[in-house]
Design a protein around this ligand. Sequence first.
Ligand SMILES: [Zn+2]
Ligand SMILES: [Zn+2]
Length: 96
Amino acid sequence: MGHWFWSQVEKKEDGCWLWLGKEVMKGRPICTTPKGKKVQVHRLAVLLSGRTIPYDHEVHHQCRKTFCANPDHLVVCDKGTHRWLHQKMQPKNLTI
Ligand SMILES: [Zn+2]
Ligand SMILES: [Zn+2]
């Protein structure tokens, strides 16, 4: 399932799967499903990897690359935790 999706990522040496689509909404890449629905790429990557996103939860990029669609780099967290994660990420911690 989701071949149309995974065929649009480029697997980089650093482990990131870069989304190749150009469509962006609010600074985040979106894709169009075969059914014509527009979905945020990172959310769909999580769902296609077999995980669920509970209501009011968001998907965080551990690698900090907005265009990365590697499910291993994506963390599902609630909004509070997400905000905390971003506050924690200072520029000096760029390599985490
Ligand atoms: Zn990544
Ligand atoms: Zn985040």
